[in-house]
Design a binder for this molecule. Structure first.
Ligand SMILES: [Zn+2]
Ligand SMILES: [Zn+2]
Length: 364
């Protein structure tokens, strides 16, 4: 054991980390040093860290302008929570022992107009994503920027809460953005299709039900549909099994179609199928990010005056709201637990799509 940093906390010298090697696109469990914190940073002892679909982008080429994983191996993961071990000298507000979750963008200014929407849009810094280009959260001790941290309301279970910090806040933001876009429509009269009922979608269903919307879950996976039902979806459809699902959705929505659809999938065909589910002037909330550009029938978008909008995991002030709302409404991620040593097994399961909710590592 060695003493590291400002608070005299006893820490081991090294730790295990699930690291991605950009040279051969493999993952291995490596022994790495415990990070030393800078004045604006917090050292966190991670309780849970979970896999996000975006993590799979490391293993595939993309046309989204993202440069992922260059150079030396780095620790994967951008979705985690834990407790504060040490505070840098310039960190206000937080205290040692606080439970926090955090967002992963660093080297941004947090204050410019771009940073008010998403810190990747910073107009003055050169933002990086922890877990995508620099060390992320599949390691027990992580250093994070204090501006990325949000206190977790007491009573929330840290062992299953990791997904809240990407999937949860993304689902929350996409739902609140959709509800805002539909201003003037009674939530209880509002039909929203959740396209993709996995990691993001199972939370999206919960947030929509908290707003008392009527929810139609759509997925190709029977497991994901079962989860959507369990979380309160009013109807669920598997387009591969039910060739008539578009007509059925029209019928249950009074012949008009849904007011909105939120797409959480990374599938271009799933996006292309959405305008047919929407009523005139409906909202298509773009949330999941396919590796390739989207394709739509312009006639459908134009004639029906479909509103195509974007939503994302957002910034820390929205994360704080997400936590308050989730705590108030008892919204919880479904996390299947793995050990760090089972990382490859967890990754393979994520790739297969044969899982419910989120997959993650819980540290003892
Ligand atoms: Zn993510
Ligand atoms: Zn900025």
């Amino acid at each position: 054991m060695a003493t590291n940093g400002t608070n005299g906390v006893q820490l081991p010298a090294t730790q295990k980390a699930a690291q991605f090697n950009p040279k051969d696109q493999t993952v291995s469990i490596n022994e790495i040093p415990i990070p030393s914190i800078k004045p604006h940073e917090i050292l966190v002892k991670v309780k849970s860290a979970s896999l996000c679909h975006s993590d799979l982008m490391l293993f595939e080429s993309n046309e989204q302008g993202l440069t992922l994983g260059e150079g030396e191996p780095f620790t994967m993961g951008h979705e985690a929570c834990g407790t504060i071990l040490q505070l840098g000298s310039q960190v206000p507000t937080f205290q040692s022992g606080d439970s926090i979750g955090f967002l992963p963008i660093i080297d941004c200014c947090y204050d410019c107009p771009g940073c008010q929407i998403h810190n990747l849009n910073c107009e003055t810094g050169s933002p990086k994503v922890q877990g995508m280009t620099v060390d992320g959260y599949f390691q027990e001790y992580v250093a994070i920027h204090w501006r990325n941290a949000a206190k977790i309301p007491s009573g929330m279970d840290l062992t299953t809460l990791a997904p809240m910090f990407c999937a949860g806040c993304t689902a929350f933001n996409s739902v609140t953005d959709t509800v805002a876009e539909l201003e003037g429509v009674e939530p209880a009269e509002t039909w929203v299709a959740v396209v993709g009922c996995g990691g993001l979608g199972h939370l999206g269903v919960q947030y929509l039900k908290a707003y008392e919307c009527k929810v139609v879950g759509i997925d190709l996976s029977p497991d994901a549909l079962e989860e959507a039902k369990a979380q309160g979806a009013d109807f669920v459809f598997n387009p591969q099994v039910d060739g008539d699902y578009v007509a059925k959705i029209k019928a249950i929505t009074g012949g008009r179609g849904c007011h909105a659809a939120i797409n959480y999938t990374n599938s271009v065909p799933a996006y292309s199928s959405i305008p047919a589910l929407l009523r005139t002037n409906g909202v298509l909330m773009v949330t999941g990010i396919p590796q390739r550009p989207l394709q739509f029938n312009a006639m459908e978008i134009s004639m029906n005056r479909i509103r195509v909008r974007g939503s994302n995991n957002g910034i820390t002030p929205r994360l704080v709201k997400c936590l308050e709302f989730s705590h108030k409404h008892g919204i919880k991620p479904h996390l299947t637990r793995f050990k760090l040593e089972q990382f490859q097994e967890m990754l393979d399961l994520m790739h297969s799509g044969k899982h419910k909710g989120r997959l993650g590592v819980v540290f003892d």
